[in-house]
Write a protein that binds this ligand. Structure first.
Ligand SMILES: NC(=O)c1cc2c(N)ncc(C(N)=O)c2s1
Length: 322
């Protein structure tokens, strides 16, 4: 049985490694050299090999899980993963805005503008700050358990920072950066294999790989974009504060998110990113506009499977380059 000093050292190493993992993969701002990080990881691996009884599933040495899965187990989402109504031009955006203002009795309200990532929506569940389940959206009610594959994504925290509640669900979009997609197809072409059509398809295929080692070998990333349900975290007044809070817990939040106070500002944001979208290292297909205050979101509610308080303002379709 390991003596106390070993147990202490293991806990210290895990805390340090989760912190440096966060700095490197989420903040893109490491404060330790790769060499020093690897030395810490190697020290923890050595101790865990000598004391297997100390290994825990949230250990930074266990991002690449066990054997390939036979298939995927279905999981029911505690909160339905809704879909978004679409707007394709300024008139339909303004119609959405007017409808919301009328329903809110002309209240003034802020809106968040967030890039609509062209990836795969996932739900991440944390218990006592530890990542315990990751699932695809599926049909919104039931998805596939892809926890082992999501664990290999370095920008998904295995252990949260700060002071998380006992139960927390976070939603995000998992995606393959454009450069990783290009390199993957280059390698496949050299091997005479069939190419992926676009980053979205290759990302979706990668997350649904049966073997986590394959997922780990492709540089998948995530942008977290909302709580599973605002009710899970009482005390947060609006979505913007929720995003700030999620960032403080260690989630990777898109730096282009913007708080807007008028529909004109929303249109400015949209036009700015019609121009900038192809300069981003990931694919986007629109802007998600959300009424920011949670009390207004709950009074607006859901119609069918779509929230009244959000809309996806899609970018103009582009002719496929044949
Ligand atoms: N279907 C949905 O509700 C969403 C889908 C997406 C997406 N693909 N990218 C970003 C966001 C976001 N920032 O909220 C959302 S929300």
């Amino acid at each position: 049985m390991a003596d106390d000093s070993i147990v202490q050292r293991v806990a210290e190493l895990r805390r340090e490694l989760h912190y440096h993992n966060h700095r490197y993969y989420v903040m893109d701002d490491p404060v330790i050299s790769d060499f020093d990080y690897d030395m810490l990881l190697q020290e923890l691996r050595t101790i865990e090999e000598e004391h297997p009884e100390l290994v825990t599933p949230d250990s930074p040495t266990h991002r690449i899980g066990g054997d390939p899965a036979e298939g995927f187990v279905q999981v029911e989402h505690r909160h339905t993963m809704l879909s978004l109504g679409n707007a394709f031009d300024d008139e339909s955006l303004e119609a959405w805005y007017r409808r919301v203002r009328n329903l809110l009795d002309d209240a003034d309200f802020s809106m968040t503008c967030e890039l609509k990532i062209d990836g795969l929506a996932v739900s991440l569940v944390y218990e006592d700050g530890v990542f315990v389940q990751g699932a695809t959206r599926g049909n919104g009610f039931v998805g596939e358990n892809v926890t082992q594959n999501l664990r290999t994504i370095r920008s998904i925290p295995l252990v949260l920072q700060g002071d998380p509640p006992p139960y927390l669900e976070v939603r995000g979009e998992v995606y393959m950066p454009v450069e990783s997609f290009r390199r993957l197809n280059e390698e496949r072409a050299e091997r005479g294999e069939q190419l992926f059509a676009n980053p979205r398809n290759s990302g979706a295929g990668t997350i649904r790989q049966l073997d986590p080692k394959v997922t780990a070998s492709r540089n998948m990333q995530i942008w977290a974009y909302s709580l599973g349900d605002a009710g899970d975290v009482p005390g947060l007044p609006d979505h913007w504060e929720a995003l700030e809070w999620l960032k403080s817990l260690g989630f990777r939040i898109n730096p282009n998110n913007r708080l807007c106070y008028t529909v004109e500002e929303v249109k400015d944001y949209y036009r700015e990113f019609v121009e900038r979208r192809h300069g981003l290292p990931y694919e986007v297909d629109g802007v998600v506009v959300k009424v920011n205050p949670f009390n207004y979101q709950s009074s607006l509610g859901v119609v069918g499977r779509e929230p009244r308080w959000a809309v996806a303002y899609k970018f103009p379709a582009e002719r496929a380059v044949t």
